[in-house]
Write a protein that binds this ligand. Structure first.
Ligand SMILES: Cc1cc2nc3c(=O)[nH]c(=O)nc-3n(C[C@H](O)[C@H](O)[C@H](O)COP(=O)(O)OP(=O)(O)OC[C@H]3O[C@@H](n4cnc5c(N)ncnc54)[C@H](O)[C@@H]3O)c2cc1C
Length: 434
C-alpha cells in the first residue's frame, strides 16, 4: 500500500477500537489492522462492559450498542467444597439509568464498536496479521503485514494487539510474559430460556446479576470464577495463574477446574439444563503495576492488554483497554496539533495521562496484590474452609451456647493457621488492599 497514514492501530479489540475511533473522529487519517475474519472473531471475554470508559468515547452508546442486561446485583462468594459464604449487593438506587455496567457478548459488541470506528472515518483491514514493526533507527515508522506489498507507513503506530504482544516482544519493547504474570481463563456460554434465568436469579427483563467466586474451586491455585447472566444465556468461567497450572500437584487442567466449578452444589442448580454453545480459553495479564512495560517511544504507544494493564480487584480489563486506547489517541491528536512530531518527547504525554488516571492509580494501589495472593494459597484453600465451617457452626442451633461456639471457631482457626500465622495473614491482606 502506497498510502501514508497519520496513525496505524494494530488490533480491533476494545483498546484498538477506542484508539482508532478517537483519532478518526478528530480527523486523523487512521488505518486499523485486525488479523481476525472480523472484529470480535478472535476475542474472549466474560463479559461485563463498564459504561464509564465507553461513555467517554461514545456518550450515546446505549442507543444502539448490543447490550444484554444491566447489572443490578453483585455477589461475591467464598466457596469450600460444599457451601459458600457470600456478600450480595443489590439496590434500587443502582437499578436506575444511566446504568453503570452491562453484560455483553464480545463478538457482537466488537462488531458494533468497529462499525462506529469506520463511520468515524478509519479504514479497517481484516484477515491481515501485522508480522513486525518497521523501524528506522530507533523510530517506528510503520508495519509489515503478512500480505504481498504489505509495508505500510504512518507517523505513529499504536499496538493494541492483546496480551503477550508478539510485536512488542519482537521489537524489544518488552520481554515474553512470564507464567507468573498471566492467568489462563476458560469460559462457556450456556443457553437457557430467558424466563428460567429471570426466575433463578430473581430478576426481570433486562436486569442482570454478576457472581464472582473464590475458594476451593480453583484447586489451590490463585484464581477466580465468575457467572454472568446474559439475555438468554449464562456465561460461566474461571481463570487461574498459568504458573500454578504448570506447577499443580494434581496436574489440573483448565477444563477440569471449570467442570469442578460447574458441579459445585451452589452453582449446579443455577446452570442446570443450560446448553453449551461456546467454549473458549484465553490469557489475562495479571502481573499488575510492576509488570507494565514502557508504553511509549519514538513513533509508538502500547494500549490495552498488550501493555499488561489489569486491575486485579475487578475483572475490568476492557475498561482499562478502552481508557488506555482513548488516552493514547488523545496524545496522538495533541501531537499532530502541536506539529512537534511523534517522537518520545511528544508521546511521553501518554504516560503522564495514564499516571493521572484511575488506570495507574489503581494499579499502584493494588501493586502488591498479585504477589501476596500468588505466594499464599491459604487464601484459596484453608480460609474458605474455615470461614464456611465457622458460618455453619454459628447458624446451627444445637443447644450449644454462642460463647462456646465462638471459642470452637477461634480454636479451629488457631489450629489451622496458628496465632502468628493469623497475624501474618492479616498483615498480608492489609498489604494487598492498602
Ligand atoms: C475469560 C475472560 C473473561 C474476561 N472478562 C472480562 C469482563 O467481564 N470485563 C472486562 O472488562 N474484561 C474482561 N476480560 C478482559 C478483557 O477481555 C481484556 O482486557 C480486553 O479484551 C483487552 O482488550 P484489548 O483490545 O487490549 O485486547 P483484545 O481484546 O485481545 O484484542 C486484541 C486484538 O488484536 C488482534 N491482533 C493480535 N495480534 C495481531 C496482529 N499481529 N495483527 C493484527 N491483529 C492482531 C486480535 O485478533 C484481537 O482482535 C476477560 C478476559 C477473559 C480471557
Amino acid at each position: 500500500m502506497n498510502e501514508r497514514f497519520d496513525a496505524i492501530v494494530v488490533g480491533a479489540g476494545p483498546a484498538g477500537n477506542a484508539a482508532a475511533y478517537t483519532m478518526a473522529s478528530a480527523g486523523l487519517k487512521v488505518l486499523q489492522i485486525e488479523r481476525g475474519e472480523y472484529p470480535g472473531s478472535k476475542n474472549v471475554q466474560g463479559a461485563i462492559l463498564y459504561s464509564d470508559a465507553l461513555e467517554k468515547i461514545i456518550p450515546d452508546f446505549r442507543d444502539d450498542a448490543p447490550l444484554e442486561r444491566h447489572i443490578i446485583e453483585q455477589r461475591m462468594w467464598v466457596l469450600d467444597d460444599e457451601s459458600f459464604v457470600g456478600t450480595h449487593f443489590r439496590s434500587d438506587d443502582y437499578n436506575k439509568p444511566p446504568y453503570n455496567r452491562y453484560t455483553i457478548i464480545r463478538a457482537q459488541f466488537d462488531k458494533w464498536f468497529s462499525s462506529k470506528v469506520r463511520e468515524a472515518g478509519a479504514l479497517l483491514i481484516c484477515e491481515t496479521t501485522v508480522s513486525e514493526l518497521l523501524v528506522d533507527g530507533n523510530r517506528v515508522v510503520g508495519v509489515r503485514c503478512d500480505r504481498e506489498g504489505g509495508d505500510i507507513f504512518a507517523d505513529v503506530v499504536i499496538l493494541a494487539d492483546g496480551v503477550n504482544s508478539t510485536l512488542a516482544r519482537k521489537a524489544g519493547f518488552h520481554a515474553e510474559i512470564s507464567p507468573g504474570n498471566v492467568a489462563l481463563a476458560v469460559k462457556e456460554i450456556l443457553f437457557m430460556p430467558q424466563e428460567a434465568i429471570e426466575a433463578r436469579f430473581n430478576i426481570t427483563e433486562d436486569e442482570g446479576v454478576v457472581i464472582e467466586a473464590i475458594g476451593k474451586i480453583t484447586d489451590g491455585m490463585m484464581g477466580t470464577g465468575f457467572l454472568y447472566t446474559n439475555k438468554d444465556s449464562l456465561t460461566i468461567g474461571i481463570g487461574c495463574m498459568l504458573a500454578d497450572f504448570k506447577g499443580s500437584p494434581n496436574r489440573t487442567s483448565p477444563y477440569a477446574v471449570l467442570e469442578r466449578m460447574k458441579k459445585h452444589p451452589a452453582i449446579a442448580p443455577m446452570i442446570a439444563g443450560g446448553e453449551m454453545k461456546e467454549y473458549c480459553a484465553h490469557l489475562i495479564p495479571e502481573g499488575g503495576f510492576y509488570a507494565v512495560p514502557r508504553v511509549f517511544g519514538d513513533g509508538w504507544m502500547i494500549v490495552g492488554d498488550s501493555g499488561g494493564f489489569v486491575n486485579s480487584v475487578h475483572r475490568e480489563g476492557s475498561n482499562l483497554a478502552m481508557t488506555t486506547g482513548r488516552l493514547a489517541a488523545e496524545t496522538a491528536i495533541a501531537a499532530k496539533e502541536a506539529g512537534k512530531g511523534f517522537g518520545a518527547a511528544s508521546l511521553k504525554a501518554y504516560k503522564a495521562a495514564l499516571d493521572e488516571s484511575f488506570v495507574m492509580k489503581d494499579l499502584h494501589k493494588y501493586r502488591d496484590m498479585p504477589d501476596v495472593f500468588h505466594r499464599n494459597n491459604q487464601f484459596f484453600t484453608t480460609y474458605p474452609e474455615l470461614v464456611n465451617r465457622a458460618a455453619k457452626t454459628m447458624i446451627t442451633v444445637d443447644g450449644v451456647d454462642k460463647k462456646t461456639k465462638e471459642r470452637e471457631i477461634f480454636g479451629d482457626f488457631r489450629q489451622k493457621r496458628s496465632l502468628v500465622g493469623l497475624m501474618g495473614d492479616a498483615f498480608k491482606l492489609w498489604r494487598a488492599f492498602r
